[in-house]
Design a binder for this molecule. Structure first.
Ligand code: NFS
Ligand code: SF4
Length: 672
């Protein structure tokens, strides 16, 4: 059986169009967004959907990755196959230019994720020092578990004392200069991955240093060796994973470990009778406080004639709040402007990342106040209110007041809220999932999942992640891949705007199980439900594990499965998919998925086609070295098919080796 059932062996994508109907501005499958788009067109409000069309056709040098702008002798483009025009002015080849451009995305992604987790770390630090009185340790259990993994003593020590040591290690992980592996990363890797990263020399020692080194490595006249550059990128992707891991674990410590929770999603959650505040961005440090403030300020909202304050989430800050607080998720990345166009959004409070600067322009057509809160994130025309951990609640109250004031200026004629909203069940931390499975097998909860795979009830696990990319219709990729996978009995977890798509469209509900799950997946979920009568709701078709930083939870699950099966991650029937990847962060995540050993589907072509070597490394050679590889496929049905083949192959091999080990009564072979 081939590596995965790709009979062409080229690892090239199908002929599916790279940009679906480039002249069509109706680029979404979300009914609420479509409804808002009509209003946008009637009122001549420009949106991202118009701008995508305006950008077509996009520059093919950039698309293929062969445009270099790293020094100002450039821009240089690779214009020919040979001769002087086949290189940049300095003589950089296509493979060097493509590799440099690609890994700089990873550096950007790692910098972004770690900026987020650094903020969480600072907040925790301020709290232990007594300077952030509004925060607390919500999950001492998670703290202790984390501390033990990091080798911090917990015996006879108070939570604050333990947290102080954990923070110390977190800070060291950002800035370490000694030759020691990144502690947070090292603490949860499998032995196999640890060895692999040591042998390939990509185990990072610090987050900041790794990102800086990669920028230096790829600056003009430094590294020209494409393979060495890619390895620098892989190292930075592991630094990214570490940053995510710090972000997720410390957010759980401060704000609680998510547990199954019922909520609703899509623009219909905006309530015409209430003061509506959208929290948009990524960081729970701010938004958690806004939620707490809003809950206290009902009376003030009533004074201006509203029934109360309604917080709704957008993008990953929305996911964080949905997971822990059950806050409604209004919408996801590509439809963020639409929330303002309902005319009933009084304020949009933003922190960092994935916030279109365009929200300000749309807000100017309405009464909505856009408020930025971070020193590194301002938008011309928007109000800025510096959010500070020391004065968190006070700042959050000020933000809510801004919305209450803005409510007075609402124009009833401009209000048009789509009725679209769907019930959902979210909140599946790995702890919550483990608890659910422990009801079936208390000694070895993870075996419930791995046994179901080995006995063929389900096909494996898929992590759905990533953004919206309007080269195709919004959410079409997420939905199509999901439907294909669940129909074929794959257990699916989701994060970020992929989870957002499912939430908005009613696919994250128990009702969707009957409609879309294959018989095996259906029986698996029913079995879990029957063992868990304490759950007040059925289990959903797809399990929301959180924001994009919480892709680290996905990796946690893959590692737990590897440990249960007694193999390394590349042997586990576990795949990842980002059908609509857009952000640098998505490139970083995809890269560590591959490095950790997962077949990883991406449905929007990254700029790698300008070099066959780089294309081959990412889609094939990576598999030989790390056990994971990119599957670049723009047709979502085919993308899902390729993932299913990868799962099938892994399960088949696993069974063969397990049976052989049982037959001959030996430990399982490790060298396949
Ligand atoms: Ni992830 Fe989340 Fe969404 Fe993409 Fe942006 S919000 S961090 S990057 S667009 S999934
Ligand atoms: Fe051109 Fe080389 Fe400068 Fe890039 S680094 S812009 S290829 S001269």
């Amino acid at each position: 059986m081939p590596r995965y059932r790709d009979l062409t062996h080229t690892a090239r994508p199908s002929n599916a169009p790279r940009v679906f109907e480039p002249k069509n501005p109706l680029r979404t499958t979300d009914p609420a967004a479509l409804e808002m788009l009509k209003i946008a067109h009637e009122s001549k409000i420009e949106t991202v959907f118009d701008r995508v069309v305006a950008q077509q056709p996009q520059c093919q040098f950039g698309y293929k990755g062969v445009c270099c702008r790293i020094c100002i002798a450039g821009p240089c483009r690779v214009k020919a196959d040979d001769g002087p025009a086949s290189k940049g002015i300095c003589g950089a080849n296509a493979y060097t230019i493509v590799a440099r451009n690609l890994v700089r995305y990873i550096a950007g992604g790692a910098a972004s994720h770690s900026e987020h987790s650094r903020h969480v770390l600072h907040t925790a630090h301020a709290m232990t020092e007594g300077h952030a009185p509004d925060y607390q340790i919500k999950s001492p259990a998670k703290l202790r578990k984390l501390a033990e993994k990091l080798g911090v003593s917990t015996l006879d020590r108070g939570d604050m004392e333990i947290l102080t040591d954990v923070i110390e290690i977190g800070y060291a992980d950002f800035g370490r200069y000694q030759e020691r592996p990144l502690a947070f990363l090292d603490s949860f890797l499998t032995e196999g991955r640890r060895k692999k990263f040591k042998h390939t020399n990509i185990m990072p020692k610090a987050i900041d240093g790794t990102v800086t080194e990669l920028i230096a490595q790829t600056s003009m006249g430094v590294d020209a060796d494409p393979v060495n550059i890619i390895f620098g990128g892989l190292k930075a992707s592991l630094a990214d994973l570490a940053g995510e891991y710090i972000g997720t674990t410390l957010s759980d410590v401060l704000f609680g470990v998510p547990e199954p929770i019922i909520s609703e999603s899509n623009l219909g959650v905006i309530n015409p009778k209430m003061v509506n505040i959208a929290v948009h961005g990524h960081n729970p440090v701010l938004s958690e406080m806004v939620v707490a403030a809003a809950r206290k300020m009902t009376d003030e909202a009533k004074k201006v004639g509203a029934e109360g304050v309604n917080i709704v989430g957008i993008c990953c800050t929305g996911n964080e709040l949905l997971m822990r607080e059950g806050v409604y998720l209004a919408t996801s990345s590509a439809s963020q402007e639409m929330a303002i166009m309902t005319g009933a959004l009084d304020a949009m409070v933003v922190d960092i990342q994935c916030i279109y600067p365009a929200v300000q322009q749309v807000a100017e057509c309405f009464h909505t106040k856009v408020v930025t809160t971070e020193s590194i994130m301002k938008i011309p025309g928007s109000q800025h209110l510096a959010f500070n951990a020391t004065t968190a609640m006070e700042d959050a109250e000020k933000l809510v007041k801004i919305a209450i004031e803005a409510y007075k200026n609402r124009d009833p004629k401009k209000i048009s809220i789509p009725s679209e909203r769907h019930k959902l069940v979210a909140g599946f931390s790995i702890e919550a999932l483990t608890d659910i499975m422990a009801k079936v097998n208390p000694e070895r909860p993870m075996s419930v999942l791995t046994d179901a795979i080995l006995n063929g009830q389900i096909k494996g696990v898929a992590l759905m992640a990533g953004c919206n990319n309007l080269k195709r219709l919004q959410d079409e990729g997420h939905v199509t891949v999901l439907k294909e996978l669940v129909k074929n009995d794959v257990f699916v977890i989701a994060t970020g705007c992929s989870a957002g798509a499912y939430a908005k469209l009613g696919l994250m509900s128990p009702l969707a199980v009957d409609a879309y799950a294959g018989p095996g997946l259906k029986s698996f979920l029913k079995m879990l439900e029957e063992a868990n009568p304490q759950l007040t709701t059925g289990l959903p078709l797809v399990f929301h594990v959180g924001a994009c930083v919480d892709n680290s939870r996905g990796m946690d699950l893959a590692i737990a499965m590897a440990n249960e099966l007694g193999v390394d991650v590349p042997r586990v029937p576990f795949v990842a998919s980002a059908p609509e990847a857009m952000h640098e962060k998505a490139v970083a995540i995809g890269t560590w998925c591959v490095t950790m050993g997962l077949p990883t589907h991406v449905g929007s072509m990254p700029p790698v086609e300008g070099s066959d070597l780089i294309y081959g490394i990412t889609t094939q050679i990576a598999h030989d070295v790390f056990g994971g590889n990119f599957i670049l496929e723009m047709d979502p049905v085919l993308g899902a098919r390729k993932l299913l083949d990868a799962l099938e192959y892994r399960t088949w091999k696993l069974r063969v080796h397990q049976q052989a080990a049982e037959k001959y009564n030996t430990p399982m072979a490790q060298g396949w």
